[in-house]
Design a protein around this ligand. Structure first.
Ligand SMILES: Nc1ncnc2c1ncn2[C@@H]1O[C@H](COP(=O)(O)OP(=O)(O)OP(=O)(O)O)[C@@H](O)[C@H]1O
Ligand SMILES: [Mg+2]
Length: 324
């Protein structure tokens, strides 16, 4: 698995540091303005024609762009490392590089977003990704009042589990930020379900001999409340070391609950209420019309003790996912 040495192999592209916050407006900064390009065919990047901002946040933006080199529409994810100290090898920069390297060089799976290329810039990392036309799962579920059909949720979950089985067992990678916003939909559901797991910004390798597991970013608590597993937000309990595969399985349980109910996994209260529900094991119940298999599947993921949760390989054998 990648170590920090391999991460240094990220090709370096120097682009001007943007001095204004990202906006939803069409970006005027074009790649042709890049200078001092090292070891990389800058002409290819120059042929990226930005079309619109898909999402902009404080750590960067995701754009839709057209690549005449690839002859297709792509998504360009720019991660900007906020603190200038961090650009000189701080942990945030290491995390951004790790995402680029993992996606570009290691993770190849039908249900993980495809990465055509990744580059290091003065201010962060740029990734050129496949463009998921139908957006993310959160946006889709938000359009429903009472969640999506169980058979649809099952297929989406099966595809996610296949990706996680591969990441956990074959690569030793744990995602650490599974949530509906990070599940992309390649097609609208009426055209057939095809999802891709995205956003490996918090991902890490978890197999103990890997040095990156022992130090630095891997030991930090990562995730998004309220999808994050209990062991990640309550370090006093020492339920389990952070960053291990079981934390992803908890978060998938949260995604299944939200897909089937269109509600948050631990109620709509404030963070304190949600946390109380989480540690009491009180997750949002599935409706009466949900199958017994679906309820059993969720119960086996939402176990406070990470050692008692299903693994991805076991989840794929569960009757709920075995059903066609
Ligand atoms: N390849 C893609 N195709 C289509 N949309 C995408 C793609 N990648 C990301 N997005 C959209 O952009 C959003 C943010 O991307 P991502 O999750 O990778 O970044 P992030 O670091 O979480 O950014 P943020 O902090 O804004 O959430 C996703 O939730 C999704 O809506
Ligand atoms: Mg995200």
């Amino acid at each position: 698995m990648p170590t920090s040495y391999e991460m240094d192999l990220l090709r370096v592209v120097f682009t001007p540091v943007p001095n204004s916050p990202p906006t939803k407006k069409r970006p005027t900064r074009r790649m042709e303005q890049s200078s001092n390009v090292e070891r990389w065919g800058w002409r290819e990047l120059a042929q990226l024609e930005y079309e619109e901002v898909i999402e902009s946040g404080k750590n960067g933006s995701v754009y839709r762009a057209y690549s005449s080199t690839l002859n297709r529409t792509v998504a360009v994810k720019e991660v900007i490392v906020a603190n200038s100290d961090d650009r000189r090898g701080g942990w945030q920069f290491e995390m951004a590089k790790r995402e680029g390297v993992l996606l570009r060089d290691y993770i190849k799976h039908p249900h993980v977003v495809k990465c055509y290329d990744a580059f290091q810039t003065m201010s962060g990392v740029i990734m050129v990704l496949e463009f998921a036309e139908a957006g993310d799962l959160w946006n889709y579920v938000a359009t429903t009042n009472s969640g999506i059909a169980e058979s649809t949720a099952r297929t989406i979950t099966r595809q996610l589990m296949e990706a996680l089985r591969y990441l956990h067992d074959d690569l030793g990678v744990v995602h650490r930020d599974i949530k509906m916003e990070n599940v992309l939909m390649r097609r609208t559901l009426k055209d057939g379900i095809d999802v891709a797991l995205a956003d490996f910004g918090f991902a890490t390798t978890w197999r103990p001999p890997d040095k990156s597991y022992e130090a630095g970013p891997s030991r930090r608590m990562m995730g998004t409340f309220p999808y994050v597993a209990p062991e990640c937000i309550d370090p006093d309990q020492h339920l389990y070391p952070h960053g291990l595969p079981a934390t992803d399985m908890w978060s998938v349980g949260c995604v299944v609950i939200s897909m089937l109910t269109s509600r948050m996994p631990f109620g709509d209260g404030d963070d304190r209420d949600m946390k109380k529900n989480m540690f009491a094991g009180l997750y949002t119940p599935l409706g009466d019309d949900a199958s017994a298999d679906a309820k059993d599947f969720v119960a086996r993921l939402m176990r406070l003790d990470p050692k008692r949760r299903l693994t991805a390989a076991e989840a794929l054998q569960h009757p709920w996912l075995q059903k066609k």
